[in-house]
Design a protein around this ligand. Structure first.
Ligand code: SF4
Length: 239
């Protein structure tokens, strides 16, 4: 029978990580510097840096896992964390939409149809849950989770994300290292680790890039800085 790390093991490894690991910020900034120099349209620069920065976040997590020898127990087809509210800013929403425009036509059509059906099926509950004030209501996550509403991007037949490679930061930074049953048995399990602190490097690099583009006079489809300041639930950006 497989043995899993205990909650205490996980906590100890996180402490160890905290003591020895230094995030290599340069990795994030190198991406935007690379795209800033490319002779391609602004739209392409933005979407490419966004996708690559998301990947750097995932790579950084993989690296940390290796350093403290932790292996995720999250598996394809397990989607308990896709019932949590996902909050992103307006810039991320626009970047997600643009990146999705580059998906092959058949995939794009499937997503569009899925989103339409999603709102037809869950519209009222979504309306209710996305009116929870996530800035002031400290229980908003639990209240949302109790509704058992799947994420707008979750294919509930396969339990897979329809926009996996561009899934937002909260999705890619929430990882379980113990028995997957903890996610099945608890609405808000305490065991999974959140690497959401990497958001600051990812957003810092994007902000620096947008600032540069702003000074150059072309931020493409992004309204800078306004889009960065507006945050909302994922479905509200796609209504
Ligand atoms: S965006 Fe994808 S990974 Fe994130 S919660 Fe939704 S379905 Fe899950």
């Amino acid at each position: 029978m497989r043995t899993y790390l205990t909650f205490k093991d996980i906590q100890d490894r996180c402490t160890q990580l905290n003591d020895i690991y230094e995030i290599e910020e340069e990795k994030f900034y190198r991406i935007v510097e690379k795209w800033a120099d490319r002779e391609v349209p602004t739209e392409e620069k933005l979407v490419a840096s966004f996708s690559e920065l998301l990947q750097v976040v995932s790579d950084e997590i993989n690296h940390m896992e290796k350093v403290v020898e932790m292996e995720p127990t999250c598996r394809l087809g397990c989607a308990f964390c896709c019932y949590f509210p996902i909050i992103i800013n307006g810039m991320e929403a626009k970047l997600m939409k643009k990146a999705m425009e580059n998906f092959p036509e058949s995939r794009r059509e499937k997503i569009e149809e899925h989103i339409q059906n999603y709102f037809a099926q869950y519209g009222e509950e979504i309306e209710e849950m996305t009116s929870l004030n996530f800035e002031e209501d400290k229980d908003f996550k639990l209240k949302y989770r109790q509704k058992n509403l799947p994420c707008m991007m979750l294919n509930t037949e396969t339990n897979q994300c329809m926009a996996y490679e561009i899934r937002p930061i909260p999705c890619r930074t929430y990882v379980n290292y113990t028995d997957p049953k903890v996610c099945e048995d608890n609405l808000m399990p305490k065991e999974p680790v959140s690497f959401e602190f990497l958001y600051s490097e990812y957003m810092g690099a994007l902000n620096e890039f947008l600032q540069f583009l702003y000074e150059e006079g072309d931020t493409g489809f992004i309204q800078y800085p306004d889009d960065m300041y507006k945050e909302d639930y994922l479905p509200n950006w796609f209504k």
